[in-house]
Design a protein around this ligand. Sequence first.
Ligand code: SAH
Length: 395
Amino acid sequence: METTIKIKMEQSNKYQSGYPLLMKDALVNPQVLTEEGQRLNVVDEQGNYIGKAYYGLQNKGVGWIVTNKQKEAIDQQLFDQRIIKAIEHRKPFYEDPNTSAFRVFNGEGDGIGGLTVDYFAGFYLINWYSEGIYQFKNEVVAALTKHTDYRGIYEKKRFATDGKYVDDDDFVTGERGEFPIIVQENGVNIAVYLNEGAMVGVFLDQREVRKTIRDRYANGKTVLNTFSYTGAFSIFAALGGAMKTTSVDLANRSLPKTIEQFALNELDYQEHEIFVEDVFKFFKRAVKKEKRFDTVILDPPSFARSKKMTFSAAKDYKNLLKEAIAITEEKGVIVASTNHAGVSPKKFRGFVEKAFAELGLPYKINETYSLPDDFKVHPSFKEGDYLKVLFIERG
Ligand code: SAH
């Protein structure tokens, strides 16, 4: 059964030209949305066909349009076709002997919003971003079963479950993994846990940045890695010949996790520094001790709250940059990253411009990165192209 949903006149152009996210305020009759997973026939106010969608509550949206073709239905065949095409696009990754972790399916970029699938050395991890897309679990698992050779499938339900039962270890089917599983990324070992909450140990979208740091910004350098999580940037820097790396993260887990990653790559963590500390406190300490670093990595979350302060990339990134600049050597490099969709590339460069201007220092942007090829983006959904990374040389 399909429900017809109407797009308001003033918004219909946007949807006719391919915008995939259904916004509640674009709808004439939102009251027909009753059950997540409901299939929707999307039309304009005159009844002209726009596409087919499913109802699912995710962030600001109420669903995703998954096809504009009148002949297509949201059925097993559609999931099969989308998955086959996505796998085809990742062929170079499947064939790369030095990398065994990458994104196989990137939501709307691969034609179905609200759903991502990552590959970790034989295991697949499905992320469900709404109850709505979760209603299609059978179809998605069947498509993966038909079109891939997996050892096992795991899942993360990234939506409020209203007290409903959630698998304790996120296992779906196949073989259970023995965690950590060790994946490779450009020849580097990374420990991955698919059964320990939302984060698995590595953020795959930073692959190219890690490689660049290892290959070109580490040799002989002192490297400060702030918001270091499991220390992935530090490991790459150490392998690239860094004199010393310093990792700073306030989560207690970051210490054992970082030690584990060093050990996995036969590096002696005792030659490096790992601090469980608030980054802003660390900056103050470093300034007091007149410490300086050749390379400073800034990869904060979009929003963070600690006991003493809150950080929002949209409001506070400029000040974060100023603190980093103060402890960066002349000619040193700041790797500034944000995954906040609300901060455009232009705005992000604006923060850099202002931070240096306020300190009266020159700078130069050496290179920039955005999402890698496996994080396919939808041409009409720029918000999905969220990653911005700048390599900034301090004058
Ligand atoms: N750069 C990491 C990912 C960072 S995830 C990587 O590439 O793997 C964000 C991290 O920031 C989390 O581990 C969180 O514990 C940490 N964090 C958040 N606020 C912080 C703060 N004020 N000081 C230090 N770490 C913080």
